[in-house]
Design a protein around this ligand. Structure first.
Ligand code: NAD
Length: 498
């Protein structure tokens, strides 16, 4: 039974509620995960609260040295961690290694905390008066994370939270709970004191404790939009700062002057990598003009038919795409394909009822392509989170911009073109948080910040980079004058500097 990690120890969940953990490649149950009770979750918060004063007082340099050791341990254990991710998530091994690298980069960024947390100083804001601002830690922070990046998304949060002097309670996805525990063990091995990083396995019951317990000062969330909205409203109502990243529907615009082979390569990786279970996956291709659309449809159809789909581990030639996360999700994605057909889109490649020899009970959906999708269709409006690419035809860049800007989500988008002016206009006018120019998945590096617009993000601050440092700290500004220069009489007007 997979349990919690509290005070540097693996501890069992005390509730009698649990869920099976399956290997999506085979459909076999490989373990059970306990679902924490209110008391289990409170125990983790108590441990994090007790550890906070000493951790907050440790010098940033020494906190950073622990993170440097954690980084080295991650590097030594990359292969084992990638295998763990692949076993419970399904993504192929090289993709799991990519996820780890993107998480590791946030650790590398957080290692620079002595510089990042220096604050600001002004000499002589008035005569003989100086002012400085300090970035102070908040206390206990919580992270609630989705199934699709069991290592990277937690590592968007906790390296910066810990580096800035906070303690942390992570509530990973109940669908793939093991990687978080391995990260906790590596942090302890790196020298992190007990209680500074804790893991509670669970579902809504433990999340609701993290949202309402007054000892938790900040909540960082990544997951689907309805839950992100719930987390934002509940966490804010309880006086916490919250950043809640939600779902997506990312469009890639192919201009008539784009190199079509490059665009096809980009679309294949961005739509079908990780079986489309990425918040930055491209799920909509917008072809400008029917000529581009016809050629794209032909080239994509041929390539999708050749996709190597199967288990993410244990193959002599690695597959390009693994299974979906659960049986339910596989059925849900298939039902979206049913809906697309019923609503009149042209189904060019159908991934339903996909069979992988030897893995008949795995949760596979093959690569799927729709053409002639229109904005009113369910498959266009909703996030499918599977290997289903919808193609829309627009007659101009302006029409494409209108389409994207009218969509509920605004996480990522991309344009493929050889025209600098078009790319600049697109980047400027598109209402989306992360934009790629001839880059299909424009995930910002760790030292920039990650976040969408519209209903893809609730809260003002993005993840990691300078926004991450601001999210996990509060500013204190100190204005100083030394006694021999003190004023001699009371002053009843609003103070101004002389
Ligand atoms: P999810 O919303 O179902 O779950 C996310 C987390 O919330 C999990 O830890 C889960 O246990 C918890 N949760 C679920 N239901 C809850 C409830 N009713 N009350 C309280 N907590 C609850 O998301 P998922 O299926 O794990 O992940 C896929 C989603 O995440 C997709 O929508 C995807 O776009 C999104 N995502 C977004 C980003 C981003 O950066 N914007 C990144 C990765 C994934």
């Amino acid at each position: 039974m997979i349990g919690n990690y509290i005070n540097s120890e693996l501890v069992p969940v005390t509730s009698d509620r649990n869920l099976p953990v399956t290997d999506p490649a085979t459909g076999k149950v490989i373990d059970q995960v306990g679902l924490s009770s209110v008391a289990d979750t409170e125990q983790a918060i108590t441990s994090a609260e007790a550890a906070w004063p000493a951790w907050a007082q440790m010098t940033p340099l020494n906190r950073s040295r622990i993170l440097f050791r954690f980084k080295a341990l991650l590097e030594q254990n990359m292969d084992e961690l990638a295998t763990l991710i692949s076993r419970e998530h399904g993504k192929v091994h090289s993709d799991a290694l990519g996820e780890l690298t993107r998480g590791l980069e946030v650790v590398e960024f957080a290692c620079g905390i002595p510089h990042l947390q220096k604050g600001e100083h002004s000499r002589n804001v008035g005569t003989d008066v100086d002012s400085h601002s300090m970035l102070m830690p908040l206390g206990v922070c919580a992270g609630i994370t989705p199934f699709n990046f069991p290592v990277m998304v937690p590592m968007w949060m906790f390296p910066i939270a810990l580096a800035t002097g906070n303690t942390f309670v992570l509530k990973p996805s109940e669908k793939n709970p093991s990687a978080a525990l391995r990260l906790a063990e590596l942090l302890t091995q790196a020298g992190l004191p007990p209680g500074v990083f804790n893991v509670v396995q669970g579902d809504k019951e433990s999340v609701d404790v993290l949202l309402s317990d007054a000892r938790v000062k900040a909540v960082s969330f990544v997951g689907s939009t309805p839950i992100a909205e719930y987390i934002y409203s509940q966490g804010s109502a309880h006086g916490k700062r919250v950043q809640a990243l939600g779902g997506a529907k990312n469009h890639l615009v192919v201009m008539p002057d784009a190199d079509l082979d490059q665009a096809v390569n980009a679309l294949m990786g961005a739509a079908f990598g990780a079986a489309g279970e990425r918040c930055m996956a491209i799920s909509v291709a917008v072809a400008i003009g029917d000529e581009v659309a016809d050629k794209l449809a032909e080239k994509l159809t041929a390539r999708i038919r050749e996709l190597r789909v199967g288990p993410g581990y244990g193959q002599s030639v690695e597959n390009e795409m693994g299974p979906l996360i659960t049986d339910d999700h596989m059925k849900r994605v298939s039902s979206y394909i049913d809906a697309g057909e019923a609503e009149g889109a042209t189904l060019l490649v159908d991934g339903r009822d996909y069979q992988v020899p030897g893995f008949e009970n795995g949760y596979y959906v093959g690569g799927t392509l729709f053409d002639h999708v229109t904005p009113g269709m369910t498959i266009y409006r909703e996030e499918i989170f599977g290997p289903v690419l919808s193609m829309l035809r627009a007659q101009s860049l302006d029409e494409a911009l209108t389409l994207i800007n009218e969509h509920e989500f605004g996480n990522g988008t991309a344009i493929f073109t050889a025209d600098g002016e078009a790319a600049r206009r697109f980047s400027d006018q598109v209402e989306v948080g992360m934009v790629g120019v001839n880059v299909p998945i424009p995930v910002p590096m760790a030292f920039h910040s990650f976040g969408g617009w519209k209903r893809s993000l609730f809260g003002p601050l993005h993840m990691h980079g300078s926004d991450g440092v601001r999210f996990f700290t509060r500013m204190k500004t100190i204005t100083t004058r030394w006694p021999k220069n003190q004023q001699q009489q009371a002053d009843f007007v609003m103070p101004t500097m002389k």
